[in-house]
Design a protein around this ligand. Structure first.
Ligand code: NDP
Length: 489
């Protein structure tokens, strides 16, 4: 074999497990209903541009109906229900996600473009794990450290992005429901289908009508949810720009808000790191999910004396990445989620070249149809370059160097963001020294992009505020029974 790829026969996952409808209504009050004042739009497979289904673009009247359904369910059923009984519903949902995992994984890969290996092995199992984890909390909230008698907030309005559609839904819905809130959730315009299948799962679980409402649509639908006065809490994941607009719109209202926004994480490789493992971590850090990851390790900081060796190994590894059909089980890197996102990635990459950085892309054949971008690295990047400062949200890595640990910290923290960071070194003491100084919500040591429902996740600075996951993730969905105890928690 040459230095290139092994030849594999195609190993496509079957689509037959997915039963796509030609069009979808809104999920309000436990039923799929037609729009009162909205329109329809199409959702496509980004790998082929094939239209998958027609979906409803909810208008303000639809959003109002969904918020009212959520309020009724909160007042009459879900709020008064014992935590033990709420927990049973969450366990049931978790088990149904597991039972229908293959269907969900195929649908996610079709609608989002991510490799089936990732939707099957990461997104869907983690989504189920979030429901299992928060199901366990539902009857133990008084021991969570938020007062003796913590109360739900009420109706949560939740707006999520397209990069991990079902997983972000689980991050939002599982803790909200466990704490006794009801929800109105809007999936992203380009990836609504697994949220609609989740609505069917809610029906299958006999979840009381109105506890979960799914309204599809674009930015205006999200805005209508955020601005609705019947919403008590807003939870948003997406771009920093929209996050800032949401913070402005809820300022001065009764609404609580958590924001999980962008990132430009540093992945720091010291000269004593196990380099082969570090290269795997670099690849996982930036090419997992096509780099559509808010905590992606998009800035590689390499200690200068191992720079040549790391770059050499990284390029060799990148040349083996298999880019193509998301439903093929051999695929490592799938399609870019939308034409718009592809344009954004291409534009910022052109800016990188124009600013003098050197571009190298993995040799690979890209399919003719659909939205594709070859895994790419930029070397000769300085901190002033836009590709070192702005979130590209694609398979594009900016490589910088450093000499001393202090310089690594200074460069890593030189960003308006602070969501995550990675450190690669053999020395435990250095890991702790770095973790103390890195201004990032998550610091991974000798690994990257690891997620677990028990572990809190969230940002510093412009990466947002509030935490999701773990015990901390409950705080956003509870009003303290005893404020003094809550302050100490
Ligand atoms: P957005 O922030 O626009 O989208 C996130 C969600 O918010 C979507 O459901 C979106 O709807 C909705 N939305 C858009 N405008 C509003 C509004 N005014 N009020 C309430 N909700 C709104 O991200 P984009 O999809 O436009 O991506 C743009 C860039 O953002 C990406 O290139 C990437 O850099 C970054 N991004 C970062 C993410 C992260 O997790 N850090 C996630 C997604 C994007 P709709 O889908 O219809 O636009």
């Amino acid at each position: 074999m040459s230095a290139g790829k092994f030849e594999y026969a195609p190993a496509p996952e079957s689509r037959s497990v997915v039963d796509l409808r030609s069009s979808y209504g809104l999920f309000v009050g436990g039923e799929f209903v037609p729009t009162a004042d909205g329109r329809m739009f199409k959702t496509v497979s980004p790998a082929t541009e094939e239209v998958l289904a027609e979906v409803t673009e909810a208008g303000t009247e639809d959003v109002d109906r969904a918020v009212r359904a959520a309020r009724t369910a909160f007042d009459s059923v879900w709020g008064p229900m014992s935590g033990r009984d709420r927990g049973k519903f969450l366990f049931r949902i978790a088990r149904l996600i597991q039972e229908r995992a293959r269907e969900l994984a195929v649908l996610e890969s079709l609608d989002n473009g991510k490799p089936i290996r990732e939707s099957r092995d990461v997104d869907i199992p983690l989504a189920a794990a979030h429901f299992f984890y928060y199901a366990g909390w539902a009857d133990k909230l008084e021991y969570a450290g938020f007062g003796a008698d913590p109360r739900p907030v009420g109706v949560a309005g939740q707006v999520i992005p397209w990069n991990f559609p079902l997983l972000m839904l689980a991050w939002k819905i599982a803790p909200a429901l466990a704490c006794g809130n009801t929800v109105v959730l809007k999936p992203a315009e380009t990836t609504p289908l697994t949220a609609l299948l989740f609505a069917e799962i809610c029906q299958q679980a006999d979840l009381p009508p109105g506890v979960v409402n799914i309204v599809t649509g674009a930015g205006a639908t999200g805005q209508a949810i955020v601005e609705h006065e019947g919403v008590d809490k807003v939870a948003f994941t997406g771009s920093t720009e929209v996050g800032k607009a949401i913070a402005r719109s809820v300022a001065g209202t009764h609404k609580l808000v958590t924001l999980e926004l962008g990132g430009k994480a540093a992945n720091v490789v010291f000269d004593d790191a196990p380099l082969d493992q570090a290269v795997e971590g670099i690849v996982n850090g930036i090419f997992f999910n096509q780099g559509h990851v808010c905590c992606a390790g998009s800035r590689l900081l390499v200690q200068e004396n191992v720079y040549d060796e790391v770059l050499d190994r990284l390029k060799r590894r990148m040349a083996t990445l298999r880019v193509g059909d998301p439903l093929d089980k051999n695929t490592d890197v799938g399609a870019i989620n939308s034409a718009e996102q592809l344009r954004r990635i291409a534009t910022l990459s052109e800016v990188g070249e124009a600013e003098g950085a050197e571009r190298w892309s993995a040799p690979c054949e890209l399919p003719d149809r659909g939205y594709w971008f070859a895994p790419t690295i930029f070397t000769g990047v300085t901190q002033a370059h836009r590709i070192a400062r702005e979130e590209i949200f694609g398979p594009v890595l900016s490589v910088l160097t450093f000499r001393t640990p202090a310089e690594a910290v200074e460069k890593a923290n030189n960003t308006p963001y602070g969501l995550s960071a990675g450190v690669w070194t053999e020395k435990g003491s250095r890991i702790l020294w770095m973790a103390d100084r890195l201004r990032a919500g998550v610091v991974w040591a000798n690994t990257f992009n690891r997620f677990d429902p028990t572990s809190p996740f969230g940002g510093y600075k412009e990466s947002g505020h509030g935490r999701e996951g773990g015990r901390h993730g409950l705080a956003a969905y509870l009003r303290a029974g005893n404020p003094k105890e809550a302050a100490r928690a």
